[in-house]
Design a protein around this ligand. Structure first.
Ligand SMILES: Nc1ncnc2c1ncn2[C@@H]1O[C@H](COP(=O)(O)OP(=O)(O)OP(=O)(O)O)[C@@H](O)[C@H]1O
Ligand SMILES: *[C@@H]1O[C@H](CO)[C@@H](O)[C@H](O)[C@H]1NC(C)=O
Ligand SMILES: *[C@@H]1O[C@H](CO)[C@@H](O)[C@H](O)[C@H]1NC(C)=O
Ligand SMILES: *[C@@H]1O[C@H](CO)[C@@H](O)[C@H](O)[C@H]1NC(C)=O
Ligand SMILES: *[C@@H]1O[C@H](CO)[C@@H](O)[C@H](O)[C@H]1NC(C)=O
Ligand SMILES: *[C@@H]1O[C@H](CO)[C@@H](O)[C@H](O)[C@H]1NC(C)=O
Ligand SMILES: *[C@@H]1O[C@H](CO)[C@@H](O)[C@H](O)[C@H]1NC(C)=O
Ligand SMILES: *[C@@H]1O[C@H](CO)[C@@H](O)[C@H](O)[C@H]1NC(C)=O
Length: 669
């Protein structure tokens, strides 16, 4: 009959208790936990494995009861009145949050164990609507109620009440206790999942009922009871009655526990030793506040949201700024730009920063964030993986080229199917605009001649003055850019190689621009310094005449070919007539004629008669006399067919004669 925790020490206590019982004293008992006891349960009530009397298990709107198995005879052997009794128990009520409705539990004395008709909710598993208040119930109870039920005339939702046959308490009080020191009232919250102790004492002589409540942290029973009334229980109770507990739940998940219980009829109830009591289950973090219920979900939701957005942004960023980078590129590190930097420099390659669209791709203006320097970013799409390594190596080596007449290549960036080349920004754009766009202000002769000289010296640098020979492959007016001082600078050098690399030699298509392509290039498909010289010759004529190398003529099938036209005039002795009419007479005739003659010489279909760039620069700078004789001979004598016809012509002049001519040219240095 005596509950205990199965610890050996307590076995002694158990034996002692049995000894007491065998001595015939069945007017008192104690349950220090209910494990192994014969306590009777009904409804939701159960004894947990660790010995808690679990009256309700969270099932809503239901009830649970527990009884000491044997009834007690409350009748006084002398005069038949209800004897003094006292009881004490330790309980805990757990709701979804402290102070939130969990209905309640009662300690009761009842003539019957059959409580199947009792209701849950405000009836606390003790009475029913039909029976509530009926004196034939013979029930005395102490309620620990956590709900304000108006039909039970409750004053608040956290009270202790004395009930006689009726859940409308005879007397009730807000839960709490009077401390022994100053007699101050201390509130307690019943449904706080804190263990509390209740004492119920009845004095058969004075008919006084005292109910006292205290937290188990309080060392002793408070002297002043919470409730005290005079009521003759002889008018209520049957001689033979059961003692026990009832509890009920409402709409919320709630649990009612009794941890220990003692009873004494006509004697004080045995003291409950807290240390023997079973432990309450631990549920969640101990300080369960209402705030937590709101803050926790909100916090975790925002955390998850932040995490998800973070990951999303990260992935987005990764995709947006994705680049191709391979091990072999490490050595080119300093020339490697990050895509992110270029992206920001051009504000995401916005159209308003578009400088122009060329044969290789779009060119954007940008400002690098770190150095604040202006750059032009060329986006070149390329599909072939082949040769990219060599090309990058070449690009990087070109980054080391430095000359006042070439556009400085600053570096590169590689993405999937795309190469980005970063150049110095040239504020005045490309030369072709000034030559062929009538809306633009035209260039005077001095400017043109300076640009010609500049481009010549830039090309000489590429061909001869650097550590290796660099062939430009695409010399033309649109690849000559003008810096802030209107100096001509060669751009785009070597880019044509990207298209040479990795292509099948059988199908090699010539890279270059119509009108600037040397005939032997179409035939052999191999670029050389002399094919550059050819293109430079065409460029000289273009700048001097202000006309495109090849142009469709109105109403004629044959296109206008600049070189042929100039040659004609040269042969007729009317060379000054081809000079750009926009210059009027404001030009140096000797310089212009030099440029035209040099242009003819350079663009000669036979590579061998073309001067090299060093000679070109000497002629232009006046450091060597122009070899009129040679020009005269090769144009008159050779009967040379001009233009693309040459490529098809089988009558190649004997190499020896041109060999001597070459010697003659060299001698002209
Ligand atoms: N470094 C630069 N600074 C300023 N503007 C530039 C720069 N590079 C190119 N541009 C502008 O972008 C336009 C396109 O240049 P791009 O060199 O790609 O084309 P293109 O020379 O006309 O043709 P191709 O690509 O066949 O040589 C040019 O006309 C020029 O106005
Ligand atoms: C509570 O106990 C009842 C009866 O023993 C049972 O049917 C129900 O599943 C239990 N509920 C919970 C939440 O354990
Ligand atoms: C209860 O006790 C009283 C007095 O001792 C006795 O008269 C009565 O018979 C008892 N009742 C039962 C059911 O044992
Ligand atoms: C309990 O009481 C109900 C009526 O309130 C009755 O139907 C039922 O049979 C009783 N059960 C027992 C075990 O006496
Ligand atoms: C009280 O209960 C008894 C027995 O259950 C019944 O006969 C009587 O009518 C009830 N009295 C009231 C006022 O409901
Ligand atoms: C105790 O509870 C009552 C009723 O809710 C309240 O008026 C009083 O302020 C509370 N006192 C303390 C100390 O919390
Ligand atoms: C009830 O409490 C009062 C006040 O402390 C006390 O004098 C009285 O003896 C108590 N009665 C019982 C039955 O404990
Ligand atoms: C009945 O007897 C008890 C002692 O056993 C005594 O305390 C009580 O006052 C008596 N009641 C009456 C009504 O005489």
């Amino acid at each position: 009959m005596i509950g205990f925790n199965g610890i050996p020490l307590k076995l002694i206590f158990l034996c002692l208790s049995f000894a007491l019982l065998t001595a015939g004293d069945d007017h008192k008992f104690i349950y220090s936990g209910f494990a192994g006891s014969h306590i009777l349960v009904s409804g939701l009530a159960e004894v947990t494995p660790n010995g808690l009397l679990h009256l309700t298990n969270g099932t809503t709107q239901w009830k649970g009861q527990a009884f000491h198995p044997t009834p007690l005879n409350f009748s006084d052997p002398i005069n038949g009145t209800v004897q003094s009794f006292s009881t004490s128990f330790v309980f805990a009520i757990r709701s979804i949050a402290p102070g939130v409705s969990a209905h309640g539990l009662t300690f009761f004395i009842s003539p019957t164990k059959n409580m199947s008709s009792a209701f849950a909710n405000q009836f606390l598993g003790l009475l029913s609507k039909a029976k509530n208040g009926n004196s034939s119930n013979h029930i005395f109870a102490v309620e620990l109620d956590t709900v304000l039920s108006s039909d039970m005339l409750d004053a608040d939702d956290n009270h202790v009440g004395i009930d006689i046959n009726d859940l409308r308490s005879v007397k009730s009080h807000y839960a709490g206790y009077y401390d022994d020191m100053g007699g101050n009232f201390c509130n307690l919250t019943l449904a706080s999942f804190e263990t509390m102790q209740v004492w119920v004492d009845y004095d058969g002589g004075s008919k006084q009922i005292n109910v006292t409540l205290a937290p188990t942290t309080e060392m002793a029973k408070p002297r002043k009871p919470l409730l005290s009334i005079e009521y003759d229980l002889s008018t209520v109770l049957k001689d033979i009655s059961y003692v026990g507990f009832s509890a009920s739940t409402g709409i919320l998940d709630s649990h009612h526990y009794v941890l220990g219980w003692s009873f004494g009829l006509n004697q004080p109830a045995p003291e409950i030793e807290f240390s023997y009591l079973p432990k309450l289950p631990r549920v969640g973090p101990k300080p369960r506040s209402k705030l937590l219920y709101i803050v926790l979900p909100v916090a975790s939701a925002s955390f998850i949201l932040a995490l998800v957005t973070g990951i999303f942004l990260l992935i987005h960023r990764k995709i947006r700024y994705a680049e191709l980078r391979e091990d072999w590129e490490i050595e080119f590190g300093p020339h490697r730009f990050s895509y992110k930097d270029l992206f920001h420099a051009t504000e995401g390659f916005k159209n308003k920063h578009l400088l122009g669209i060329g044969g290789f791709g779009r060119v954007y203006k940008g400002v690098l964030r770190k150095s604040k320097s202006e750059v032009a970013v060329k986006r070149v799409s390329h599909e072939s993986r082949q040769g990219i390594r060599e090309f990058i190596a070449e690009v990087v080596s070109m980054g080391r080229l430095r000359h006042k007449n070439i556009v400085q290549l600053l570096g590169y960036c590689r993405r999937k199917g795309e190469l980005l080349l970063v150049y110095d920004y040239m504020p005045n754009g490309s030369l072709d605009k000034y030559l062929h766009d009538d809306t633009m202000q035209t260039l005077d002769w001095a400017q043109r001649f300076r640009i010609i000289q500049g481009v010549a010296s830039g090309l000489l640098y590429l061909h001869e003055d650097w550590e290796q020979v660099v062939i430009h492959r695409d010399i033309k007016a649109s690849n000559v850019l003008l810096d802030g001082d209107m100096n001509g600078r060669l751009g785009d050098f070597g880019l044509a190689r990207l298209y040479d690399h990795g292509t099948d030699p059988q199908t090699t298509h010539v890279v270059g621009t119509m009108g600037y392509i040397a005939p032997e290039l179409t035939r052999m498909g191999r670029a050389s310094t002399l094919t550059d010289v050819f293109a430079f010759g065409v460029f000289l004529l273009e700048v001097t005449c202000g006309r495109r190398p090849i142009a469709q003529q109105d109403g004629q099938d044959v296109p206008f070919i600049l070189v042929d036209w100039v040659l004609e005039h040269w042969q007729n002795g009317s060379l000054p007539n081809v000079v750009d009419t926009r210059l009027l007479t404001n030009y140096d005739v000797d310089e212009a004629c030099l440029a035209l003659k040099l242009g003819l010489l350079c663009s000669h279909p036979l590579p061998i008669v073309r001067p090299n760039m060093r000679q070109v620069v000497q002629y232009l700078d006046g450091n060597a006399p122009f070899p009129d004789q040679i020009l005269m001979e090769i144009t008159r004598n050779g009967g040379v067919e001009r233009g693309t016809n040459y490529a098809a012509s089988p009558s190649v002049p004997s190499s020896t004669s041109f060999g001597t001519m070459s010697v003659g040219l060299s001698g002209g240095r």
